[in-house]
Design a protein around this ligand. Structure first.
Ligand code: GLN
Length: 234
């Protein structure tokens, strides 16, 4: 392999309920086709996160109980995570991970679960209800459509400077009201999509890998990787 990328799988041993690990497998699949070795490390409770040690980060979803544990622990990783994000590090955050990058999440029992305020969204709770089902959205800049399966109690409201990942075409999205789904801030991509998102939306996997590669190898030519065909989406 000509290139190497180091991936931090944030709390991969705790926030792992919804099969989001599949996103790492998809990144590995496309990385191999781009001649990139992907070195993945789970960064959990007892580990340090150092921004300069990683080229890409992934943060999956989970249940409120695990989210609360992560919420306490992640505060000590906050400065380096914010450094990574502000420096343009690519990060994919799904559901619980998405909520924890924001200001706070009110859990299903009313408990306030602090985020790290790296992004300005916040998440409230629905009374005895979850948004569950297939969802389709469209990114307003590229026109690309993304498909997924949502399963969340949280109602997320975007803050200043945050764009939606897409406009909801069918399904519920961030809060069921404003037709937004997910968030984009710098090179951070957030979504409620399980499925996992990258398996059904290979363009996103490609985009994340290319951002990471161009950042790590600024003088290399990735025009061939840009042409890589993605798996059919549906
Ligand atoms: N516990 C959070 C919620 O229900 C996140 C769920 C998830 O990650 N799928 O909104």
């Amino acid at each position: 392999m000509t290139y190497q990328l180091r991936v931090a799988h944030l709390y991969g041993d705790l926030l792992n309920t919804y099969g989001d690990i599949g996103n790492i497998l998809v990144l590995q699949y496309y990385a191999k086709k781009m001649n990139v070795e992907l070195i993945t490390k789970v960064i959990s409770l007892d580990d340090q996160f150092t921004a300069n040690d990683f080229d890409l980060a992934f943060f999956g979803g989970g249940q409120d109980y695990e989210q609360l544990i992560v919420s306490h622990n992640i505060q000590q990783k906050k400065p380096e995570l914010i450094k990574f994000i502000e420096d343009g590090g690519p990060l994919l955050a799904i559901c619980g991970g998405y909520q924890l990058l924001g200001e706070y999440y009110i859990g299903a029992k009313g408990e306030k679960i602090a985020g790290i305020s790296a992004l300005p969204h916040h998440t409230k709770s629905q009374d005895n209800h979850r948004f569950i089902g297939d969802i389709e959205i469209q990114n307003q800049e590229t026109g690309q459509k993304y498909h997924g399966f949502e399963n969340h109690n949280g109602l997320t409201y975007l803050g200043t400077g945050e764009k939606a990942l897409g406009k909801v075409l069918s399904g519920h999205g961030n809060n069921g009201k404003d037709h937004t789904e997910g968030a984009i801030y710098k090179n951070v991509y957030c979504s409620y999509f399980h499925g996992p998102i990258l398996a059904r939306n290979g363009e996103l996997a490609k985009r994340l890998l290319l951002i990471a590669l161009k950042r790590r190898y600024p003088t290399a030519d990735f025009s061939q990787a840009e042409q890589l065909k993605i798996l059919p989406t549906y």
